[in-house]
Design a binder for this molecule. Sequence first.
Ligand code: GLV
Ligand code: MN
Ligand code: MN
Length: 418
Amino acid sequence: MSGAPSTDPAGHAAVAERDAVGPAFDRLWAALEPVGTDPTGGYRRLAYAPPELELRAWFAAEARARSLDVHEDRAGNLWAWWGDPTAGDALVTGSHLDSVRRGGAFDGPLGVVSGLLAVDVLRARGVVPSRPVAVAAFADEEGARFGVACAGSRLLTGQLDPAHALALTDDDGVTYAAALRASGRDPADLGPDAEVVPSIGTYVELHVEQGRALDGLGAAVGVASAIRAHGRWRFDLAGRPDHAGTTRLEDRDDPMLAHARTILAAREAATAHGGLATVGRVQIEPNGVNAIPARVRTWLDARADEEASVRAIVADVAAAAGVGPVEESWTPRTDLDAALRDRLAARLGGAPVLATGAGHDAGILALAGIPTAMLFVRNPTGVSHAPEEHAGRDDCLTGVVALADVLADLLDDAAGVR
Ligand code: GLV
Ligand code: MN
Ligand code: MN
């Protein structure tokens, strides 16, 4: 059991631990920094593309350097085990390594780095875990390449049909199956992992905050309460291609007009139903200046506290678009384990508790019935999914010690909170 020193975040032990972990944090972060930089700013680390594969190799090497046993599950997620995975009731932490296009440095990697460093802190405290501990790097959390968010954790827990996943395509027409094959994986293996899922007792994900609530509250670390309902829909708007200079306005069937209505309706519907709606992606065929498009594919991301509001937004946008949408991804409102949430907040000296509109693998594991919690680290810019996303070094180190504290606390009571 832990025999851990008092690590009140304001106390001397915490400060000493933060200082001690600083050089290792700098080393890990410096190794990540050059990987997958986007020439237009930020990072582009799409699932199973070379930069993300390089990050996976980095994760495996760091895990092995810690004598953790590295394993990849059938859904492509990486696991670094401290202890015997078959013992069950594992205490798991981690996050993801992939990013959106032109994404920030912290969304995902901060949780993976913090998980590895939390293991270092626990070992330095002399913790001998009473149950297995794992650091996980979930595959394809952003869904930026193939369209389905949290594909790795959904596949793992049986919330995404592998046949459906394998047929998904990226912008270049490469299927999920082909991307797996190109990276040396056998697509036939893709699917739920009946060995891994039952072994997970508790999951705690640390993540950069994707808003400015903690900054406003003057807190370096917060605890998540819930993930708002959210999803992605695609509208296929068909038109009739023709010449821009010779086709009379009254003769046109221009799908760009429906696209414009869709965008405006998204904003109005979000306002009317108290949610958020974003059109951030569009494909135009053939995408020529002097041609009326043949087809516009436009994607809607809609989120709200409750499912009914999201569905109302989507219905309004569909009415404006004039076609029914294809639902590409859906996550219901997910309330994280209340007892675990309260226990973490108390352990961290009354850390603020906040809900988020961002999706996470933590939400998917919670939906699979796994007691799940999240820690957020202050992001003074409030920006995320953009290069300006940021967390200060001191706050990152405070996050590592906070994560170690809550893991130690959960190891002290193997009965946990279920
Ligand atoms: C993932 O970060 C999402 O919320 O889209
Ligand atoms: Mn993200
Ligand atoms: Mn994330």
